[in-house]
Design a protein around this ligand. Structure first.
Ligand code: 1AG
Length: 137
């Protein structure tokens, strides 16, 4: 049995997000706004099929994928690039490689002590986020 990511998760910490956004060439005013957000992750998982929604008062982002199947990702509303993305299981972690214009781009999700962890990386920058499960949601 792999990890169950289902649920609604609220951000509790966000380290180095600003530098991660700068690595994606996000402009200064957008970074200042985005850095103040406390987004929510809403994850629907059925086996290896996922819909991950990142919701905030500023912008929303939705991605759908099946583990092991490369897909075209359009990061619309974020840095507006196209990537060839592939998510795989690495033990109990979901590891995404986002191939495209930006080197070393991707993310890793895992559940640890009941919290949802997310590490986002691009070029030489790593952003670390933690989300706490909303009970009953
Ligand atoms: C993601 O999470 C990214 C989801 O794929 C959003 C996280 C970071 C934003 C990326 C770049 C910043 C670009 C523009 C800033 C503008 C708005 C920020 C709004 C943040 C909420 C949408 C990995 C995984 C599945 O959970 O997507």
């Amino acid at each position: 049995m792999s990890t169950d990511f289902n649920g609604t998760w609220n951000m509790v910490s966000n380290d180095n997000f600003e530098a991660y956004m700068a690595a994606l060439d996000i402009d200064f005013p957008t970074r200042k706004i985005a850095n103040l957000l406390k987004p929510q992750k809403v994850i629907e998982q059925k086996g290896d099929s996922f819909i991950v929604k990142t919701l905030s008062t500023f912008r929303n982002y939705r991605v759908q994928f099946t583990v092991g199947e490369e897909f075209e990702e359009d990061t619309k509303g974020l840095d507006n690039r196209k990537c060839k993305s592939l998510v795989t299981w690495v033990s109990n972690k979901l590891v995404c490689v986002q191939k495209g214009e930006k080197e070393n781009r991707g993310w890793t999700h895992w559940v640890e002590d009941g919290d949802l962890h997310l590490e986002l990386h691009c070029s030489d920058q790593v952003c670390k986020q933690v989300y706490r499960k909303v009970p009953g949601a």
